[in-house]
Write a protein of this length. Structure first.
Length: 256
């Protein structure tokens, strides 16, 4: 069995994400930088985990679907050992659950689990907002404006709703990566990967995306002027409103 590599340093995760965002803007959120170390290279189990993780957050593997380990092994030309190690990595990130003698399954979260995760994420994101306003690095402001441009391009296009949600998540991660607290990024990143299927749900409607843009504009402007209280409030409003919409949809719809 391939030995598990320790989780990369917090600064390496943030650097890998920033590099990916700057070099290939507009691409979907990808799992590879979650596992990336200082060299931005992945072990074989990490490569498999990144591939499967991307399929989960893009809904190519549906919530509750069993991971076909033999099929994945054939795709990568490997035995089941590195595939099983990959599943353990994904379980660590909260996107699969391993069942003894049955294999791994993409997580399905109950409404209370989603609410609990949202509460934790909201507290951390509010802190990220405060720290970003206190530090307000020019690099962050430049990257947020790039992301905001993508929000504007996709807000009114129903076919781009998922890209809008991914961009909004990336903008939160940009704040976490450049807020001056190296410990915050891996926490926000892990929660974002677990929650992306659900946070995007709250942005399905054009009305919700338009409201999100207003809140993001206010937050960016507040970061620029160093108003930590205002940034925290904009971030809190964005998350709370999104949660209310997700809860409403979960009560009336099946996630597609």
């Amino acid at each position: 069995m391939t030995p598990a590599r320790p989780a990369p340093p917090d600064t390496s995760r943030a650097a890998a994400f920033l590099q990916a965002f700057e070099e290939d803007r507009g691409t979907p959120i990808a799992f590879w930088w979650v596992f990336a170390g200082p060299s931005n290279t992945l072990t074989l189990p990490e490569q498999i985990a990144a591939s499967v993780g991307d399929r989960i957050i893009s809904h190519a593997i549906a919530p509750g679907e069993w991971i076909r380990e033999q099929e994945i092994g054939q795709q990568f030309g490997v035995s089941r050992s590195p595939v099983r190690e990959a599943m353990r990595l994904l379980e660590r990130e909260g996107v699969v659950r391993i069942h003894a003698r049955r294999g791994a399954r993409a997580t399905v979260l109950a409404q209370k689990e989603i609410k609990d995760l949202f509460e934790v994420r909201a507290s951390l994101v509010r802190l990220v907002g405060r720290r970003a306003a206190e530090h307000r690095p020019e690099r962050l402001l430049e990257l947020l404006e790039i992301g905001f441009g993508t929000l504007g391009e996709t807000a009114d296009d129903p076919a781009s709703a998922r890209r809008y949600g991914e961009t909004a998540a990336q903008m939160t991660l940009l704040c976490a990566a450049l807020c001056g607290n190296d410990r915050l990024f891996p926490l926000i990143a892990s929660l974002s990967m677990q929650m992306l299927r659900y946070t995007s749900l709250g942005l399905k409607s054009r009305e919700r995306r338009r409201r999100s843009i207003v809140l993001w504009r206010g937050a960016i402007d507040a970061i620029r002027r160093g108003d930590a209280d205002a940034v925290e409030q904009f971030f809190a409003s964005r998350l709370e409103e999104n949660w209310r919409e997700i809860r409403r949809l979960l009560e009336t719809e099946v996630i597609a």
